[in-house]
Design a protein around this ligand. Sequence first.
Ligand code: ATP
Ligand code: MG
Length: 183
Amino acid sequence: MRFSKLRLTGFKSFVDPTDLIISDGLTGVVGPNGCGKSNLLEALRWVMGENRPKSMRGGGMEDVIFAGAASRGARNFAEVSLQIDNTDRLAPSGFNDSDTLEIVRRITRDVGSAYKANSRDVRARDVQMLFADASTGAHSPALVGQGQIAMLINAKPKARRRILEEAAGISGLYQRRHEAELK
Ligand code: ATP
Ligand code: MG
């Protein structure tokens, strides 16, 4: 399973549809201040099911929608699509029936978020589990945002353990146990 393309439409500063081709060896994004580097990383977290406004640097989830600029009006929805190369057929079951897997998340003002996997409606939880099982996901330690190294160093032991569990790919199991205990 490899991420191959990220497409942003109306997401934060990316008002027009914008493709980020994720080719082999891409390890970082550079550019002038304010050009949208952090927004790209947030789009990747968001399409994987991030639901904490704070980690999207916003007050509410709708703050990811393009809010307008001097010459352009605000948008009513934001959409991020993540294309995944699944030729190795390592996607978790339920998502493993084709060579490419496309996950789409769209948020519409006053309506909320909806997810699709290869054009089929799925739940937020299905998408979060897909990425947790694939050892990536919105909270993945593979995504190193600004200030995160300092956060890891200063984290309390419990929080640091959670980061290690994500890295070990067992956080999906914990999530399922937690849900089972609630039932
Ligand atoms: P730095 O090098 O300073 O970290 P960066 O490349 O990471 O910069 P971002 O933080 O990704 O830049 O982008 C910031 C830009 O995105 C700002 O110009 C901000 O106004 C714009 N922006 C953020 N949210 C929205 C939104 N909802 N609608 C329109 N523009 C937005
Ligand atoms: Mg930044």
